[in-house]
Structures are given as structure tokens and as C-alpha cells.
Design a protein. Structure first.
Length: 473
């Protein structure tokens, strides 16, 4: 459901008691955590219990499992997830009571009020880049507030209140949320058509990023990864608006470059060269993949342009151990390594499989993929299948339904049929249990198993490990 953004968004401290509908999601839980840290009374509800809800309760929130009208009584403001439908009893009751109702984007804007916002946008890589920027600034002594779309592996949380005026935020374009924020620094990792169920067509989607650049402060800065044509084109938008621009990447067009990139096992390393050919030093990341090099370089550049030390920023980047569900190592059993990642767009799948191939070494790469959203699968299903062809064995699950109704014409079979591998190396299975069993049947010692997708495919990895451990027993 799309909740209109009000013309005036009040600072969080003026919202009274705030109730979150869908508080267990990455976006709303981050906002709730920051509000709790500021002493704001927070309540919320979600469809199922989770560790996220437990942590919010520990932080002081009143959290309900299940939705009911009585949960919103006594609240002054409702913040609503995009996944919530119009017949949700809490939303219906809030409308009846005449409560202030904010979409997620307005809720985040309310906690940004009065801060210098560093907003990270892009089709892919937002969560990792936001996380890298956060840890780099923390290492440099900046102590920013942050709100990320995934949990930092080191801290186990997706948000925290900091002691400085900096606010690092993941700026989501999927529903136009990033057009609500007013950043001091904007980062764009890439621009490649996605979320066309919301934007309508590729041109509108790309225009959304141009509008995002237009939201920058008059003295603001845009940092864009110019290896990506869509992000590189934003140079001209920034120039026309009189905004400062720094291009980063491996391209010779970049103002800050990564050169001598080396991908080895679970690490990625590169040398940083600033304008004028000034070599700043070498960075060794604990995460594998060329796309993560670009993410780290963008984060580093923001820190440098804010005046922080290269050596301190580098130390933060090198300490980064990843974000949950971004090429996250889940464990080993039976000589098989198991990773889990959030990749759900063809370009993300391709990038993660390049990284996974480096991790796999001499072993084979066995992948389970769960398509996310009917609309995305309808548009990009065949491209997803082709990207999965970089693996040695592929298991495709059915489409994970989120905020859309099922379509019998659009299933995981569409993806599986497009995988360019021999038929005996591709399987289509409907559910999680079947996927785990199929992965275990195919894997052998030395192999790398990776589960991919934005839905509940993340639950497959622990099942695979349990089955493999059972074989060892």
C-alpha cells in the first residue's frame, strides 16, 4: 500500500507515541530503534515473531505478533510498511481515529531532521555501501547515526543513534522513498531498471535518480560509481544543478580510482588513486567480489571528502566483516561450505556468482535461487536464469510472493527453463524443504553452496547444514 507523504514531516520528537505496522521489517525496525534511543515511546506489530522483535522489546518497544485495531489506541502517529494492505485492521483504525499516518519514507525523514544526511542509493549495493560508510566513519571517530537495510555482522543491528550530526541512511528507490530525503551527500552505486511495477518503465525509473540528485543541498556532493553508465550519466544532472560531483570506480573517467584489483578467496584488495594520480594506499577487504570494491571505494570517497583521514577510514573498511544476507557465510558441514545472499536482480546474481566462484576455488558452485515478486519475475525471469548459468548446479524455487497476488503464468519454472545448463544440472522445486534436500543431493565435499533471493530462501541454508551434519553422524 502506498501512503501519501505529507507536505510537512514533523521531527521525530514531535510525533508523540509512534506505532509501527510491520515493525519487524528492515526499514521500520531501523527507524523504531533510533526513536527508542531518543526516548520516544514506540509500539508496533508484525505478522510473525522474530529475533528482530525480541531485540526491539529489549530496547523498550511494546511489540505485538499479529495485527488488531486495539494495538493503535493511545498512539499519536502510525508509520506503515509498504507491505501492509489497505484492509489491515490497525491502518483502518488509525484512519477512523484520525491519527497522523506516515509511510516508511516519512518516518525515516522524521529522524533525519536536523542532521547532515549521507544517503546511499542505487539499484544494487545500497545496503553494503551504507554499511561500509558507517563502519569507516565510526573508525574515523565520526560516530554517525545510521539506518541500514540489513544487519551489520559485527554489531548485529541495522540502526543506532550516534553522537554527531551525521546521519548515514540507505535511500530506497523501490517506492520512491529516496525522493523524500534532503541529503548533504548522496551516493549512487548504479542505475539499472528495477521495480518497474512501481515506476512503470525504465525511463521513469532513471528519471527518479535524477530527481534524487536534485534533492541534494545546494552545497551538496554527489558520489557516483562511473563504471556504471546509469550512475555516470548523473554527472551531467549534478553539473546542470550546480552540485559537486565525484566519480569513483576502476574507469579512467573516475576522479577516485581503484587500481590493481585482486580478488582472492574471501578477500578483495585494491589501491586507491585520488585526483592527479595521487596514490593513497592499498585497502584489503574481508568480503569477496569486484562489486564490493566499488562499494568500498564510494564509501571511502565520502569520508575523504568530508575531511577524514584515509588511514582511519581504511581501518574501518578493512574491519568490515559483512552485512547479514550479503554473501554471508552460514557454516560448513560434510566438507561443504554454505553461504547466503540477498541477490534477486540479474545483475546482483551475476555479481554474487563471480564472487562465489572466487570463494569456491577448486570446488563446484551449487546455487539455490528463489525469485522475488511476480512482477520482477515476469520482466526479468529469463535474465535471472541466464545469470544463474554461471553456477555448476542450480536449484530454482517458486516465486516468493510479497505485496502482490500470485499469477499462475509466472512461476519459478520461467527462471529454471532459462538457465543455460544441461537439464540434469538444473532443478525446479516448489518449497524450502525440497530445495534443501536437492542441494544436499547434489553437493559433495569441496563444493560451495549459495542460497540467493530476497524472500525466505535464507531459511534453506541452516536446513542444508543440518542435513549435511546428519550425513556425517
Amino acid at each position: 500500500m502506498r501512503i501519501p507523504v505529507p507536505e510537512t514531516i514533523l521531527p521525530a520528537e514531535q510525533l508523540g507515541r509512534v506505532h509501527f505496522v510491520g515493525i519487524g521489517g528492515a526499514g521500520l525496525s531501523a527507524i523504531a530503534r533510533i526513536m527508542l534511543a531518543r526516548g520516544i515511546v514506540v509500539s508496533g506489530s508484525d505478522g510473525v515473531d522474530s529475533p528482530t522483535l525480541d531485540r526491539l522489546r529489549e530496547a523498550g518497544a511494546t511489540v505485538h505478533v499479529g495485527h488488531a485495531a486495539e494495538h493503535v489506541r493511545g498512539a499519536d502517529t502510525l508509520v506503515v510498511s509498504t507491505a501492509v494492505r489497505e484492509d489491515n485492521p490497525e491502518y483502518v483504525e488509525a484512519v477512523r481515529l484520525g491519527l497522523r499516518i506516515y509511510p516508511r519514507s516519512a518516518g525515516l525523514a522524521s529522524v533525519m531532521a536536523g542532521r547532515r544526511v549521507l544517503a546511499v542509493a542505487g539499484t544494487h549495493g545500497k545496503t553494503t555501501t551504507t554499511s561500509l560508510l558507517t563502519v569507516a566513519l565510526q573508525a574515523a571517530g565520526a560516530d554517525p547515526t545510521y539506518a541500514v537495510g540489513g544487519e551489520l555482522a559485527a554489531s548485529g543491528t541495522n540502526a543506532a543513534e550516534g553522537g554527531s550530526d551525521l546521519f548515514v541512511a540507505e535511500a530506497d528507490e523501490s517506492d520512491g522513498a529516496f525522493l523524500v530525503y534532503k541529503p548533504h551527500v548522496a551516493v549512487v552505486t548504479n542505475v539499472e531498471a528495477d521495480h518497474l511495477d512501481q515506476w512503470g518503465d525504465e525511463e521513469s525509473y532513471r528519471n527518479g535518480f535524477a530527481q534524487f540528485v536534485g534533492r541534494l543541498d545546494p552545497d551538496g556532493l554527489l558520489v557516483a560509481v562511473v563504471d556504471d553508465p546509469g550512475a555516470a550519466d548523473l554527472r551531467y544532472v549534478a553539473s546542470s544543478l550546480g552540485r559537486r560531483f565525484v566519480g569513483v570506480g576502476e574507469s579512467e573517467l573516475a576522479d577516485v580510482r581503484a587500481v590493481d584489483v585482486v580478488l582472492k578467496g574471501t578477500t578483495s584488495s585494491f589501491t586507491v588513486v585520488d585526483r592527479g594520480g595521487v596514490e593513497l594506499g592499498r585497502v584489503m577487504l574481508q568480503i569477496p567480489g569486484r562489486h564490493y570494491v566499488a562499494d568500498a571505494l564510494a564509501a571511502l570517497t565520502v569520508g575523504l571528502r568530508l575531511g577524514y583521514s584515509f588511514e582511519l577510514l581504511k581501518a574501518g573498511l578493512e574491519s568490515f566483516t559483512g552485512t547479514r544476507r550479503r554473501m554471508e557465510r552460514k557454516g560448513d558441514a560434510g566438507g561443504v561450505r554454505v553461504y547466503d545472499s540477498y541477490a534477486h536482480h540479474p545483475a546482483e546474481i551475476a555479481g554474487d556468482l563471480v564472487a562465489a566462484r572466487s570463494v569456491a576455488g577448486e570446488g563446484r558452485l551449487i546455487v539455490a535461487f528463489q525469485p522475488h515478486l511476480v512482477s520482477r519475475t515476469r520482466i526479468f525471469g529469463e535474465d535471472m536464469g541466464r545469470a544463474l548459468g554461471a553456477a555448476d548446479e542450480v536449484v530454482v524455487l517458486d516465486v516468493y510472493l510479497a505485496r502482490e497476488d500470485p499469477d499462475p503464468e509466472v512461476t519459478g519454472r520461467l527462471v529454471a527453463d532459462a538457465v543455460p545448463l544441461p537439464a540434469d544440472r538444473v532443478a525446479f522445486v516448489p518449497g524450502l524443504e525440497e530445495a534443501a534436500a536437492e542441494l544436499v543431493r547434489r553437493a559433495r565435499p569441496g563444493d560451495l553452496v549459495v542460497t540467493l533471493g530476497a524472500g525466505n530462501v535464507t531459511e534453506v541454508a541452516p536446513r542444508v547444514l543440518a542435513l549435511l551434519e546428519g550425513q556425517d553422524a
